[in-house]
Design a protein around this ligand. Sequence first.
Ligand SMILES: *Cc1c(COP(=O)(O)O)cnc(C)c1O
Length: 361
Amino acid sequence: MKGRIHNFNAGPAVLPLPVLEEIQAELIDFKGSGMSITEVSHRSKWFEEVIEDAAVRIRRLLKLDKSFHVLYLQGGASLQFCMIPMNLLPEGHSADYVNTGTWATKAIKEARIQGKAVKVVASSEDKNFSYIPKGISFSSDAAYAHITSNNTIKGTQWVSFPDTDGVPLICDMSSDIMSRSIDVSPFGLIYAGAQKNLGPAGATLVIIREDMLERVPKELPTMLKYTTFVDHNSMFNTPPCFAVYTIQLVLKWLEETIGGLEKMEEVNREKAGLLYRAIDESEFYRGTAEKESRSVMNVTFRLPGEDLEKEFVQQALEHGLGGLKGHRSVGGCRASIYNASTLEAVKALVDFMDEFARKNG
Ligand SMILES: *Cc1c(COP(=O)(O)O)cnc(C)c1O
């Protein structure tokens, strides 16, 4: 579509074009209300239908049974770093954490700030977080085990989830939620900031299993307790309405246009496969993550020099390919290829990479 670029931003990130068009079409008058969805009461039938439909779709896509609650919170995934230990790690207990990079490190820090007992049972820091640790032994008496399913900055991803032998898994899925089908049964809580794979910034999806709620201390401030959001269906106060509405449209697109998570996963694998092959077949580009830990969502790579990397990012943009600069903490290049990034966009990037390597290699 004229004026739009191929957007490889890490987050906020590309949204499906049909979703943007639908928002545009109903922005002035949402379903005959004479108002936009951002202007109606969150207690109106219009918004209630939106939040309800989103929940139904999330349950269907992730095959959640009744024991899971679907919630929307604010404060980003970052607020979850402190809310999780605050709510779910009682005095006298300890939690296991796996440190696979920047976001996992932050999650550990926020638990420790509260004086909570945290055991880092595995870390890939020894190799600059370029891999996902294997053969981890989790503590059988841990309150929970925390992992980050996809490491947005380092470009690594858990291919399968670790066996914690009944200890509830808690997972930051901010950058790969809904990118593949998963078995939710080992998870006590899944959380994801919406702005990578679900919608705009402003909402954090939290999926929490009923039994986890028994641990929530009564004395916590109301807005920091999961039970508040469960008891009021995420509407104790005004929820992030526009973000929830966009999420609902993205989920509808996922189900009705893409055809569900198995299909989405296939497309995502094809996209990542194209990019990694372009990297592996060239002498010019070098992937930064170890092969068996590579992310299907964030493809991180280096060029032979920092000046060339700058030039690459600049020239790519001139070719309509945006957002390829690596995170400021690691440098290099990164192509984020979330659900909404198309095969066409990835092909255009691969063509550009081949051409750039030919000219500068
Ligand atoms: C982006 C990201 C975060 C931070 O999300 P905010 O919503 O900005 O707080 C946390 N974890 C992961 C894995 C991320 O990709």
